[in-house]
Write a protein that binds this ligand. Structure first.
Ligand code: ADP
Length: 362
């Protein structure tokens, strides 16, 4: 930079003096200007060469990061003799399950219960009680510390990760949509799906209106993280994605965010068609969802406090019953919808006083 500036000044100084002193004999004004413009063109590529090193440095750092990711070995690896699931029934068994993140205190303690094929079990509990952790373990994002989780009697650690995740579908509170078309987002779990299959899945998820409303239909771009869609629309598309994938085991993390009642109704019906014929574990925040569950597991501080049908839990008169009745009595009139749909966590924030383990499975 300095050299080009000094160069230009020198040309102005020396050339200018020459033009003035010789009255244009030794050098004309035109020649001086031409010289300056040629010099400028010469400096340009020299400048580019100087900046090339910067670009090379940036590229090599980026390449290093890309290779770091490509070379990363996942913590969860298949065993050599890992089995591939073939049409599983969907029975899930937690057997004296303990889990701790790293060297911390265990967040799940001595969890033992079985979910039968096709059953829907609602999981409730105050926040921090280990609901998300339970789901992380079921997807095998972490290995259990002690005890085991079995799918159809096979320890998750003996199942090939790819095969396990193909048979487990997850619908999250905050559905993840990526930049692309609606079709690409729905077919994410099954890229080979036909147009007709996609249409059926979208219909079953009560999401056809989203597609019909857009001039580009399935080819509508959803924007980065689905920014162009509302929360309710994103949820229904993620349900369509799960229906298309057709997993035997479904994990449902119910959204806490409020949506208008019409959307709520659509999502509820979409979920009903989703859970049909699947083993479902639902982290439920609304009691109205729990009514659909065949059994409810109440977690507190990582322990299974209560397990049973709504009627059994009410008869037990424990943590669940107290909150259920509280919710009912706080409703201004019997069956008040707002109270029934209030996020359970708000009510269950109190720490339970009793810690006796009372479950169906003894
Ligand atoms: P819930 O879903 O019921 O709110 P979580 O399973 O998220 O509960 O959390 C249970 C406990 O585990 C909490 O005490 C939380 O702080 C802890 N925990 C959750 N995730 C991690 C993590 N990645 N590392 C360490 N501790 C965690």
């Amino acid at each position: 930079g300095l050299l080009t500036m000094v160069g230009t000044l020198t040309i102005w100084g020396y050339g200018g003096t020459l033009v003035l002193t010789s009255h244009g004999q030794a050098l004309t004004v035109g020649a001086l200007i031409a010289f300056l413009s040629y010099a400028g063109r010469f400096y340009e590529p020299v400048n580019q060469l100087a900046h090339m090193n910067d670009q090379l440095q940036v590229a090599s750092t980026s390449a290093e990061r890309v290779f770091e990711i490509l070379d990363a070995r996942p913590d969860i690896a298949d065993r050599e003799d890992a089995v591939t699931l073939k049409d599983p029934r969907g029975e899930i068994e937690f057997d004296r399950l303990y889990f701790a993140y790293g060297d911390n205190d265990p967040v799940l303690k001595d969890l033992t219960f079985t979910i039968h094929p096709g059953e829907m079990v609602g999981v409730v509990g105050p926040s921090g009680s280990g609901k998300t952790t339970l789901i992380n373990l079921l997807c095998r994002f972490y290995e259990v510390t002690q005890g085991a989780i079995r799918l159809d009697g096979i320890d998750l650690r003996d199942i090939a990760v790819h095969s396990l995740r193909q048979n487990v579908g997850v619908v999250l509170q905050e559905p993840y949509l990526f930049q692309g078309t609606i079709a690409e987002n729905i077919a994410y779990g099954r890229p080979d799906a036909t147009q007709e299959e996609m249409l059926r899945a979208t219909e079953a998820a009560y999401a056809l209106d989203i597609i019909l409303k857009e001039p580009d239909g399935f080819d509508t771009l959803v924007g980065e993280r689905g920014i162009r869609l509302s929360g309710g629309q994103k949820q229904r598309l993620s349900i369509a994605r799960a229906i298309l994938k057709n997993p035997k085991v479904l994990i449902l993390d119910e959204a806490t965010s409020a949506v208008d009642s019409e959307t709520e109704d659509k999502i509820r019906r979409a979920l009903e068609s989703l859970v049909e014929n699947r083993t479902t574990i639902a982290i439920a925040h609304r009691l109205s969802t729990l009514r659909h569950a065949s059994r409810i597991a109440v977690l507190s501080k990582g322990e299974l406090l209560e397990l049973g049908t709504i009627e059994e839990l009410l008869a037990l008169d424990g943590l669940f019953a107290r909150h259920w009745t509280k919710q009912m009595t706080t409703a201004s009139k019997p069956g008040d919808k707002a109270a029934v749909d209030a996020p359970l966590e708000k009510i269950a924030r109190l720490t339970p006083q009793h810690t006796t383990l009372r479950t169906n499975d003894g």
